[in-house]
Design a protein around this ligand. Structure first.
Ligand code: ADP
Length: 400
């Protein structure tokens, strides 16, 4: 069975075609700079094709048409007909209070995706465009929306409510939603398969540390708390996002900068985080390099990130009444052994110990990095959001 996964952004469209039984990628590609001059097409597939060339994409329709033509090219023999695709899974960033699981896209579910536009003005409209274009160009093939927020919908009200007047929740759905849900769900499922102590009582903390970073507290496979909020700005400081700060700082900066001149939202999303503090970069490889040459602000940014990570993990240990397993995933979590060591060493008081040799040599592969006598199992599990979307698409359609 072949499942196509689409991640449609405002100016790009990524796709992966899976052989579902083998969980392998048969073809993948990226249409970049849609609607912008110098658009580009990248595609690789099992026939050995490796395309990277300029193509004109005036719209998302052009991008999807190019993808379809490339997949159907008889010489490559990737697909004989579009009907070989059993279903299409679409990444949709914000499902608001409307989606707690993957959902087949119908008129009413698309209307609900539209209602979430205010909370995700950059992503949701582009995600929905991807769905609508595929409906038109691949008629008859089920289109499924898989939501970044859905996994977190099991949080109890005490975790998702903010201490604001209740009417903002009642009238405008202002609450914590959380993000990276597809990633947290995927690594949580893998951790449950890898751990000795799974089941309904399994207390797990997943740390998705990438350009954007978030944590989830998970009990028996269900999310009970997560660090991102109404938007992906809350929680730990990130590459360029400030994370949680005193809310009064927002009005303070607005006054300082002059409201019309500087958009505080922009400052908090794009000029803050480890880049804002270090003045060096949002990339942790650059921060380590600068810190090792004595750059004090790069070192401070790394120290702050690790400290905030430990603080959030600590609060989730309290929320879960203890912890059995911790997972590191995404670009930093999978690759930054030095950072994992600092965070884990600060949790030594729990009896958590990592195997330093295994940790140091683990990059982007599934490995248990805790020592045999550790009180908490620690795993590195590479995330695979596309495969997770394919799995959830198949499950919701009952195709497996
Ligand atoms: P996203 O999908 O959110 O764009 P990723 O999960 O791909 O982000 O993570 C990207 C980040 O991972 C980079 O900005 C960089 O900070 C970090 N990263 C990648 N490789 C390494 C590495 N070897 N050491 C430290 N950090 C790394």
């Amino acid at each position: 069975m072949k499942i196509l996964v689409i991640n449609s952004g405002s100016s790009s469209l990524k796709y992966q075609l899976f052989n579902y039984e083998e969980k392998t990628v048969i073809a993948k590609g990226l249409c970049e700079r849609i609607g912008i001059p110098n658009s580009n097409f990248k595609h690789e597939d099992a026939s050995g094709r490796d395309i990277n060339e300029g193509r004109s994409f005036e719209s998302h329709s052009d991008a999807v048409r190019t993808m379809i033509d490339t997949l159907l090219d008889p010489e490559a023999a990737i697909l004989e007909s579009l009907e070989d695709i059993a279903a299409v899974g679409h990444r949709i960033v914000h499902g608001g209070p409307y989606f707690s699981k993957p959902t087949v896209m119908t008129q009413s579910s698309k209307d609900a995706v539209r209602k979430c536009f205010p909370w995700s003005p950059l992503h949701n409209p582009a995600n929905l465009t991807g769905v609508e274009v595929c409906e038109k160009l691949m008629p008859g093939i089920p289109q499924v929306g898989v939501f970044d927020t859905a996994f977190h919908q099991t949080m109890p009200p005490k975790a998702y409510m903010y201490g604001l007047p209740y009417r903002y929740y009642e009238e405008h759905n202002v609450r914590r939603y959380g993000f990276h849900g597809t990633s947290h769900a995927y690594v949580a499922r893998r951790a449950a398969e890898m751990t000795k102590c799974g089941g309904d009582e399994h207390r797990l903390i997943t740390c998705h540390l990438g350009n954007g970073s978030s944590f989830a507290a998970i009990k028996g496979g269900k999310c009970v708390d997560t660090s991102m909020g109404l938007t992906p700005l809350e929680g730990i400081m990130m590459g360029t996002r400030c994370g949680s700060i005193d809310p009064a700082i927002v009005t303070f900066i607005a006054k300082l900068e002059g409201d019309e001149n500087k958009d505080v939202d922009y400052i908090m999303n794009n000029e803050s985080g480890v880049r804002g503090v270090s003045g060096v970069s949002s990339d942790f490889r650059d921060l380590h390099a600068a810190a090792s040459k004595g750059n004090e602000r790069a070192k401070l940014a790394l120290d702050m990130f690790c400290y905030q990570a430990v603080r959030i993990i600590g609060s989730y240990i309290a929320a879960l009444g203890g912890v059995d397993s911790i997972v590191f995933t995404a670009g930093i979590g999978e690759n930054d052994a030095a950072l994992r060591k600092v965070v884990c060493d600060d949790l030594n008081f729990l009896g958590l110990k990592i195997d330093e040799e295994i940790n140091a040599s683990t990059h982007g592969k599934e490995v248990k990095i805790s020592a045999d006598d550790s009180s908490v199992e620690v795993f590195v599990i590479p995330t695979n959001e596309e495969l997770s979307i394919a799995i959830q698409t198949v499950e919701v359609l009952g195709l497996a």
